[in-house]
Design a protein around this ligand. Structure first.
Ligand SMILES: *[C@@H]1O[C@H](CO)[C@@H](O)[C@H](O)[C@H]1NC(C)=O
Ligand SMILES: *[C@@H]1O[C@H](CO)[C@@H](O)[C@H](O)[C@H]1NC(C)=O
Ligand SMILES: *[C@@H]1O[C@H](CO)[C@@H](O)[C@H](O)[C@H]1NC(C)=O
Ligand SMILES: *[C@@H]1O[C@H](CO)[C@@H](O)[C@H](O)[C@H]1NC(C)=O
Ligand SMILES: *[C@@H]1O[C@H](CO)[C@@H](O)[C@H](O)[C@H]1NC(C)=O
Ligand SMILES: *[C@@H]1O[C@H](CO)[C@@H](O)[C@H](O)[C@H]1NC(C)=O
Ligand SMILES: *[C@@H]1O[C@H](CO)[C@@H](O)[C@H](O)[C@H]1NC(C)=O
Length: 481
């Protein structure tokens, strides 16, 4: 069990909490909520795509995935299966970095999001923002985070990304039209996305190394581990909102994190286990707090919702939401990410039919992906993990919904159906094109509907979200209206 799944497992349990009253106790709860996004950052940094042969981090360099995610892909939780990822660990300790974005290919969607150390999506460029091709400057500006996409006077840079933290990450996603398209992206598009370090004055922070994030930290005690890790990085990685930096610094100090010695000392009489349980419970309450959610449509047994657009991706002082999104998704979505939250998961001992009221209207693309209880893809003979506008979906009369490359106008209102059925049950021929395999042995699963470049119709109540119904295995095909 890795650290992330451990956290998720703890989140899934409902431990009772003691009633701490001291301020160190409360400050520790806040410090832990603040520190939780470090766990997925470290998992990301430790994965094979961004480490070299001696297991050290390769920073400020894109690691381009050359294949689509499948069931053996473990770099990212809840991966997309229809985009190619390119990941980079950002280290601004030795100075600014320049990212080059090539000219956009007409009709292909991509997004290049920049995250701070805690998972705030401070800036994104790409198709979604109609960004111009060229060079963008990435700099460390601890009290002045910004996303300035206006070219500078000298026209040297098409924009400037000012990160509040000295460490960060980039996760480029490029749309894939079909499986024969992958090689073309790998050979002709990915190489033109580059990162270059500049010789600007050093930030004075230590370089981002595996030792910094992994060595000499408590093992088998996730809360102590997190506080020790936070103490090492907090000074050069302050809160995104400069106006809250002082409050955060005071809270961390009260929790035992010394800014001057960059170390953690557990305050006397602190019940760390109880503080951790309280912190996890606070974070666990995020999705059930209606104030955080934008409902997208409800139809028993599920409600589709997404986090409020004002809170999506860039969380400012909402450290609870930041923690929830980063530990439940690993990467904050930069797209409309509609999830069903009640019930939180389904079991594959039951077949479900998903009724789409019509094609969702998107400027980019869309997909519905099924994951197991840990957020990983489900092995199956077809290697099919998602269905959407680039799949061979058919209407009930057998005619194609799209042309197989994502073409076909969106936004119409002819119903089509998907079948979520276990790999244990042989799928009927007439369902095969619209079948999305769920796990063997009646195991848990969840699914996520993603829209890249959503139009307003998907959030203003115009689009009728899919109805999910429990059905017998291989039910008769409903008649499309
Ligand atoms: C600690 O937090 C609890 C719960 O939020 C609150 O009721 C209590 O007043 C806080 N105590 C202190 C000393 O801040
Ligand atoms: C890995 O990266 C570290 C830090 O940049 C470097 O010192 C080391 O030589 C690299 N090892 C290999 C095998 O490339
Ligand atoms: C899954 O992806 C890995 C890495 O690209 C590849 O080696 C493996 O063959 C793929 N598995 C399947 C079932 O396609
Ligand atoms: C991007 O450009 C297209 C076509 O010119 C336009 O329809 C769209 O509104 C623009 N999007 C943004 C976010 O500016
Ligand atoms: C795959 O997509 C590319 C790029 O749009 C297109 O040129 C090609 O015809 C498609 N191939 C198939 C088999 O549909
Ligand atoms: C499926 O499995 C779940 C969890 O074990 C159980 O609660 C549920 O009753 C089962 N449903 C059916 C239809 O067997
Ligand atoms: C769609 O069908 C075509 C023709 O059979 C096939 O080449 C392609 O791989 C299919 N696409 C997907 C995503 O299954």
């Amino acid at each position: 069990m890795n650290f992330l799944s451990l956290l998720l497992a703890v989140l899934g349990s409902s431990a009772s909490l003691a009633a701490p009253t001291t301020s160190a106790q409360n400050a520790t709860v806040d410090a832990l909520v603040y520190a939780l996004p470090l766990a997925p950052y470290v998992s990301f940094a430790n994965t094979g795509s961004v480490v070299n042969a001696s297991n050290d981090f390769v920073t400020n360099t894109f690691a381009h995935a050359t294949t689509l995610a499948n069931a053996s892909f473990r770099t990212v939780v809840l991966p997309n299966t229809d985009t190619l990822y390119s990941a980079a660990l950002l280290d601004l300790s030795a100075g600014d970095v320049v990212v080059t974005m090539p000219d956009r290919e007409l009709g292909r969607f991509y997004v290049l999001p920049f995250y701070d150390l805690y998972g705030n999506n401070v800036c994104s460029i790409g198709t979604v923002t109609n960004s111009t091709a060229g060079k963008y400057l990435i700099q460390y500006r601890p009290s002045n985070a910004a996303c300035d996409l206006i070219p500078d006077a000298g026209d040297e840079y098409a924009g400037t990304i000012s990160l509040p933290t000295v460490y960060g990450q980039i996760l480029l996603r490029i749309e894939v039209f079909n499986s024969s398209d992958v090689d073309d992206i790998v050979s002709t598009i990915q190489p033109h996305f580059t990162l270059t370090s500049l010789n600007t004055p050093s930030a004075g922070a230590p370089p981002l190394t595996s030792a910094l994030l992994n060595d000499n930290l408590a093992v088998d005690n996730p809360s102590l581990h997190l506080l020790q890790l936070l103490s090492r990085v907090a000074s050069f990685n302050p809160a995104e909102e400069a106006s809250d930096a002082e409050h955060v610094a005071a809270t961390l100090e009260a929790a035992g994190i010394s800014a001057s010695s960059q170390s953690y000392t557990q305050p006397p009489d602190l019940d760390l286990a109880s503080a951790y349980t309280t912190a996890l419970n606070l974070v666990q309450q995020v999705p059930s707090n209606p104030a955080n959610l934008l409902p997208l449509g409800s139809s028993a047994p599920i409600t589709w919702s997404t986090t409020l657009p004002s809170l999506s991706g860039d969380f400012h002082t909402r450290y609870d939401l930041r923690a929830y999104i980063s530990i439940s998704n690993a990467y904050p979505p930069t797209q409309l990410h509609a999830s069903h939250l009640d019930p939180p998961c389904f079991y594959a001992n039951q077949t479900y039919m998903v009724e789409f009221s019509g094609k969702p209207d998107v400027r980019g693309f869309w997909s519905l992906t099924v994951y197991d209880g840990e957020g990983f893809l489900i092995p199956n003979a077809l290697n099919r993990y998602s269905l959407g506008d680039r799949a061979n979906l058919t209407y009930s009369d057998g005619t194609p919904v799209y042309d197989g490359n994502g073409n076909g106008a969106g936004g119409d209102s002819k119903a089509f159906y998907m079948l979520l059925q276990s790999t244990d049950v042989e799928v009927a021929t007439e369902w095969e094109s619209n079948w999305l395999p769920t796990p063997a042995d009646g195991a848990k699963f969840i699914f996520i509907l993603r829209f890249y470049g959503p139009t307003l119709s998907l959030t203003d109540g115009t689009y009728e979200y899919p109805k999910v119904t429990a059905v017998d295995a291989n039910p008769p095909l409903p008649i499309s209206e």
